[in-house]
Design a protein around this ligand. Structure first.
Ligand code: ADP
Ligand code: TYD
Length: 208
């Protein structure tokens, strides 16, 4: 099973990806946790290119190509082999992030993102958790741990709000694989919902 976590910056995706992996491992599953952009040596190199430097370092189109190139490498070298070996793959962001960040922020480029995705990736997660939180809270959390990967975190509140709405619309568009989770609660409460939905998708009893 291929599981992704999506949501605005600071929503708690990495925390939830880690907690879900711990729970599934404790239940005997073989789990790989990975992230985008990155997750393979080549894709981690591309991560530096796309997340560091000035906001206008790349054109919108070049950025789509770079994120998709990173994803292709990640898929070929990390995700694909792990799924083929029967492991559960948990990925912190996947193609939905490109649909939102590159598809929405600098004009309407969603169809370009989708065309490239279809040609070069062609895979969607089996299950996608949208960790939904108030953008002001997300921005506060993201800025509190501000580091050198800040190209997309200087968007400000207005863009975070558009992004949240975009993610909620995406969850409706792909309603079969999306689960919207209220991320404003304590991490362990969020994690309980995530684990229950995952067990359901795995065909295990929700109370296990
Ligand atoms: P993301 O991967 O979505 O950017 P993180 O999991 O890295 O989010 O969390 C961002 C920050 O918020 C971290 O400092 C983390 O410890 C904190 N955090 C995560 N989940 C919660 C939560 N449910 N409530 C409060 N703080 C949280
Ligand atoms: P991430 O490390 O998940 O940041 P955060 O923990 O703040 O959510 O992702 C880094 C940034 O990369 C984030 O601001 C979103 C952006 N991003 C894109 O713009 N497009 C993409 O396809 C992906 C995967 C991430």
């Amino acid at each position: 099973m291929f599981i992704s976590f999506e949501g605005i910056d600071g929503s708690g995706k990495s925390t939830q990806a880690r907690l879900l992996a711990e729970t599934l491992r404790a239940e005997g599953h073989d789990v790989l946790v990975t992230r985008e952009p990155g997750g393979s040596p080549g894709a981690e190199e591309i991560r530096h290119l796309v997340l560091e430097g000035s906001p206008d370092r790349w054109s919108a189109e070049t950025e789509i190509l770079l994120f998709t190139a990173a994803r292709r490498d990640h898929l070929e070298r990390t995700i694909g082999p792990a799924l083929a070996a029967g492991r559960i793959v948990i990925c912190d962001r996947f193609a939905d992030s490109t649909r939102m960040y590159q598809g929405l922020t600098r004009g309407d480029l969603r169809s370009t993102v989708d065309a490239l995705h279809q040609m070069m990736i062609g895979v969607e997660p089996d299950l996608t958790f949208l960790v939904d939180i108030d953008p002001a809270e997300g921005l506060g959390r993201a800025l509190a741990r501000k580091g050198h990967e800040e190209r997309f975190e200087d968007f400000g509140l207005g863009m975070q709000q558009r992004m949240r709405e975009g993610f909620l619309a995406l969850a409706k568009e792909f309603s079969t694989r999306f689960r919207v989770i209220d991320g404003t609660r304590a991490p362990e409460d969020v994690a309980r919902d995530v684990a229950a939905a995952t067990r359901l998708a795995l065909g295990a009893p929700a109370s296990t």
